[in-house]
Design a protein around this ligand. Structure first.
Ligand SMILES: Nc1ncnc2c1ncn2[C@@H]1O[C@H](COP(=O)(O)OP(=O)(O)OP(=O)(O)O)[C@@H](O)[C@H]1O
Ligand SMILES: [Mg+2]
Length: 256
C-alpha cells in the first residue's frame, strides 16, 4: 500500500502546490515512485510539473464522476523521472457541483486510488484546493496522512481550527478513522521579521500538532521553479530551497 499524503489548507497561497511538487521531487530523487494528484481546478500542480494543459484530454474530473475514467487511464508521466501526475483542468470546478448530489460522494477519490494506484506507487501526494469543500474532503478521506502548510507571514492560524475540525469530523464519522496529521509545515518563513518568528512561536505554543523541523523560507527560487516545469530539486539542485525540501522528505519518510 502506498502512503497517501494530502496537502491541505483552505487558506489560499500558503504553499500547498509548491510543497506537493518539491516534496515529490525530493522523494523521487531517493528512488521512490510518486503519483501527484491534482484536486484543484486551477491546475497549478499539473502545470508546475511541466504539463501543457492543451494536451490533457482526460483529467481528475473524469475520474471523480461516475462512469468516467479510471485513474490509470488519465495518469501521465512528467519530465521528472519517478513522478507521474493525475492532471486537473478547469472542468474540475463543475465536478465539485456534480459530486454534491452523488452517493458516496466523499469516497470518490479513495475508491479511485484503491487497487492500481496503491500497488503502483510508493507515495501518492494529493494537492487540495483552497476550500473546505468536497474536493478537499475527498483528499482527506483518501489520505493516510495530511501535511498542513502554514504561512508564517500573515495571521495564518485563524483558519487552522476550521481545518482541524473537518479532519476530526472525517475521523469521528468513520469516513477515514485512521487519518493522521503528519505535521504543520512553516512556509514563507523569514527569520529577519518579528512576525515570522512570532508566528513560529505561536505555532509551537499550540502544541496540538507536530511541526516539521524543515521550514520553507521565502525565496524567489520557489516562485521560479513552476515556470521551469520541474521541482526545485531538479531546477536549482544546490539551492537552500532544494535542501529544505530534501530535509522535509526525510522527515516524511521517518513519520510515514
Ligand atoms: N517559500 C516560498 N517563497 C517564495 N514564493 C513561494 C514560496 N512558496 C510558494 N511560493 C509562490 O507563492 C505562490 C503560492 O504558492 P502555491 O501555489 O504553492 O500556494 P497554494 O497554497 O497551492 O495556493 P492555492 O491555495 O491557490 O492553491 C506561487 O506563486 C508560488 O510559486
Ligand atoms: Mg495550490
Amino acid at each position: 500500500m502506498a502512503n497517501v499524503i494530502a496537502i491541505a489548507n483552505q487558506k489560499g497561497g500558503v504553499g500547498k502546490t509548491t510543497t506537493a511538487i518539491n516534496l515529490a521531487g525530493s522523494l523521487a530523487e531517493q528512488g521512490f515512485h510518486l503519483l501527484c494528484v491534482d484536486m484543484d481546478a486551477q491546475a497549478n500542480l499539473t502545470v508546475g510539473l511541466g504539463i501543457n494543459l492543451g494536451t490533457v484530454d482526460r483529467s481528475m474530473a473524469d475520474v471523480l464522476v461516475d462512469g468516467g475514467s479510471t485513474i490509470e487511464e488519465i495518469v501521465i508521466p512528467t519530465q521528472t523521472s519517478g513522478i507521474d501526475v493525475a492532471p486537473s483542468t478547469l472542468e474540475l470546478a463543475s465536478t465539485e457541483v456534480e459530486l454534491f448530489t452523488s452517493i458516496g460522494r466523499e469516497h470518490a477519490l479513495r475508491e479511485a486510488l484503491a487497487g492500481w494506484a496503491h500497488d503502483h506507487y510508493d507515495y501518492i501526494l494529493i494537492d487540495c484546493p483552497p476550500t473546505l469543500g468536497l474536493l478537499t474532503i475527498n483528499g482527506l478521506v483518501a489520505a493516510t496522512h495530511v501535511i498542513i502548510p502554514v504561512q508564517t507571514q500573515y495571521y495564518a492560524l485563524k483558519g487552522l481550527s476550521a481545518l482541524v475540525k473537518v479532519i476530526n469530523q472525517i475521523r469521528n464519522k468513520g469516513l477515514n478513522p485512521d487519518l493522521r496529521v503528519m505535521g504543520l509545515l512553516p512556509t514563507f518563513y523569514d527569520r529577519r521579521t518579528i512576525l515570522g518568528r512570532e508566528m513560529l512561536d505561536e505555532l509551537r505554543e499550540m502544541g496540538d500538532h507536530h511541526i516539521f523541523k524543515s521550514m520553507v523560507k521565502q525565496t524567489v527560487k520557489l516562485g521560479e521553479a513552476p515556470l521551469a516545469g520541474r521541482p526545485v530539486t531538479a531546477y536549482a539542485t544546490n539551492s537552500d530551497a532544494a535542501r529544505t525540501y530534501r530535509g522535509l522528505a526525510q522527515e516524511v519518510i521517518d513519520l510515514a
